[in-house]
Design a protein around this ligand. Structure first.
Ligand SMILES: [Zn+2]
Length: 264
């Protein structure tokens, strides 16, 4: 009997699409929910796939289930087995959104740590990249119990899901590193404010994103090379700070009248 219950739980946890009443098929996605599915989710999925396409892990044939499980028994089982923390999880090819969402306004209402608003497109794209990590490297290397260091595990999905913002013409990695250091100095614990919606994440999400961004954009490494690289987190962080300081020095060394001339 116990064996039957355990195998039923494992099946439901791994194949959640089986227990949801409503399904919407769209491109490479199957959206599953017990509530009526808002078709605005298609715009979110289009934008999330645009982001995922910028990843070297992208696989055009990979199919995702998007499980909208806020207020469901499935969510309770998931919380019970894996803890209440995050607004979303990935498991095999399932992107599991555990909190209430408003696709028309591109928002997920996270309740972890404290109540805040997360950009829904980032959230979906982040979890899609986790699916692709396991797809490329295997579930034995990417699972809740065994995975690369947190900064490599979480930094990369953060980097890809924020690609649009990070490619903006006013964006500066050096300034962003300074912002991180300021926030880290002010933070009373390891939780750091990440974006406008007031959401805080464990330190390694932001730090990891900056380090992956530094290694990929400045040092031109691939994610595959980052995973294989054995240099320690603290050495890379120190190196990144040195780089940041060197770019600041270059900017500061431009004579003031040259800057004023350029502005005229
Ligand atoms: Zn993650």
């Amino acid at each position: 009997m116990l064996l039957i219950i355990i195998s039923a739980l494992v099946t439901i946890i791994l194949f959640p699409q089986l227990v949801f009443a409503n399904k919407l098929k769209y491109k490479n996605f199957k959206v599953c929910s017990n509530d009526k599915i808002n078709h605005d989710i298609k715009i979110i999925l289009d934008n999330a796939i645009d982001l995922a396409q910028r990843s070297e892990l992208y696989d055009p044939n990979y199919k995702y289930n998007i499980i909208l499980c806020h207020n469901t028994f499935y969510n309770k089982i998931d919380d019970g087995l894996l803890g209440i923390d995050p607004p979303a999880r990935s498991r095999l090819n399932n992107v599991i959104i555990k909190v209430r969402i408003d696709p028309a306004n591109n928002v997920a209402f996270a309740t972890f740590h404290k109540e805040c608003e997360v950009n829904l497109t980032y959230l979906v794209a982040h979890e899609m990249i986790h699916c692709l990590q396991a797809n490329k490297y295997g579930i034995m290397k990417f699972n809740p119990f065994r995975h690369p260091e947190f900064w490599k595990l979480e930094g990369y999905p953060e980097y890809i899901s924020r690609k649009t913002q990070l490619s903006g013409k006013d964006y500066s990695l050096a300034n962003e590193i300074e912002r991180y250091i300021n926030l880290q100095n002010k933070a009373p614990d390891t939780w750091i404010l990440t974006e406008e919606g007031g959401c805080e994440s464990p330190d390694y999400y932001y730090r990891g994103r900056l380090m992956v961004e530094y290694l990929m954009n400045i040092k031109h490494m691939s994610y595959d090379q980052i995973l294989k690289d054995s240099v320690s987190e603290s050495s890379i962080f120190k190196e990144m700070i040195k780089w940041k300081d060197s770019t600041k020095k270059v900017n500061d060394s431009i004579p003031r009248n040259t800057v004023e001339q350029a502005l005229k």
